[in-house]
Design a protein around this ligand. Structure first.
Ligand SMILES: Nc1nc2c(ncn2[C@@H]2O[C@H](COP(=O)(O)OP(=O)(O)OP(=O)(O)O)[C@@H](O)[C@H]2O)c(=O)[nH]1
Ligand SMILES: [Mg+2]
Length: 307
């Protein structure tokens, strides 16, 4: 007789895709859910460029969150690649978490997600994020959901939860709902890892985040960071990388007067990385102009933005 699986011993284990418009606070929320900074955060829309997995293992089970790029009106190839990554991430997951910024009115990109998810058969939870700023527009989002799903919405009524990724308000309640909804299964990852995002990508993202906190206008979108070598000597890690910009004038801004901005960014990134990895980290960075990096598929692949 075939052995029956011991389902009683299995705990909740789920893949959870975290999706939504750019800048609604997906990465902040994912970091709050796992209790560690896994994904970079900045005030600039389109900060997250690739899918980042953040893993929460607790005695009650395991949740694997997929942080995704924010969907936006894409003007060039990187943007289109990011939108594709985000849209594809809802396939094959157990739960989709749609993040909305209820302190602002719905935009076309929010309605796009609502329409897409309202038609999907899987389990969807709607999170009204940034509730520390109020939820004045919650009703408009509910209306948008009802309009988009219409009569077909029978039976697919998602739970709506108010949270703040920034203050942590509502996060324990959200975790409870997620663990309750997760199907029982074996853990998807070992219990001691918080992400499987490649180390070179983490380092590149931390450097990019430091720049996103200071660069203005179009410049953040013109910047990419590629880590070429990573030497993990026990005495200290040595990292070599290139910062790509699209115009010669941007190179000067990224360097700053007498290289001061690059130095500041380098020091901030080195400090954060040394804390994360518990080793001194030295960054050697060069700035290069490549007019077409964001349209060059090969380059986007090397940067880790194409799956
Ligand atoms: N007040 C408030 N601000 C928040 C909250 N969550 C995120 N933010 C801020 O919103 C901005 C965007 O946050 P991110 O977490 O990078 O947003 P995102 O949805 O991941 O953005 P993309 O990766 O660009 O799609 C940052 O300045 C955050 O500090 C929140 O709950 N309350
Ligand atoms: Mg993000």
């Amino acid at each position: 007789m075939a052995p029956t699986p011991d389902t009683a011993a299995l705990k909740p284990a789920a893949l959870v895709a975290v999706v939504g418009r750019a800048n609604v606070g997906k990465s902040t929320l994912v970091n709050a859910l796992v209790g560690e900074k896994v994904s970079i955060v900045s005030p600039v829309a389109q900060t997250t460029r690739a899918r980042v997995r953040a893993i929460l293992t607790e005695p009650r089970g395991q949740l694997v969150f997929l942080d995704t790029p924010g969907v936006h009106k894409a003007a060039y190839d990187l943007g289109r690649v990011m939108n594709r990554t985000a849209r594809a991430s809802v396939e094959g997951v157990d739960i989709v978490l749609l993040v909305l910024d209820a302190s602002r009115p719905p935009r076309e990109e929010d309605v796009g997600w609502i329409t897409r998810l309202g038609k999907m058969p899987g389990l969807c939870l709607v999170v009204l994020n940034k509730s520390d700023r109020g939820t004045d527009h919650a009703e408009a989002y509910r209306r948008a959901w009802n309009e988009a799903t219409g009569e077909k919405a029978e039976g697919i009524k998602p739970a709506w939860l108010s949270v703040s990724g920034l203050t942590g308000q509502g996060v324990p309640e959200l975790l409870e709902v997620l663990f309750a909804a997760a199907p029982p299964g074996p853990p998807l990852f070992p219990d001691d890892i918080v992400t499987d995002y490649p180390r070179k990508m983490i380092i590149a993202d931390v450097i990019r985040e430091k720049y996103f906190l200071v660069l203005k206008d179009e410049l953040p979108h013109a910047l990419a960071v590629e880590i070429e070598t990573l030497d993990e000597s026990p005495a200290g890690w040595i990292v070599e990388g290139t910062l790509y910009v699209q115009k010669a004038s941007q190179k000067g801004i990224v360097l700053g007067t007498r290289g001061r901005l690059l130095k500041r960014v380098k020091e901030a990134a080195e400090k954060e990385l040394a804390e994360v990895y518990e080793h001194p980290v030295t960054l050697h960075l060069w700035v290069k102009v490549d007019k077409n990096w964001s349209r060059n598929y090969w380059r986007l692949k090397r940067l880790g933005y194409v799956e």
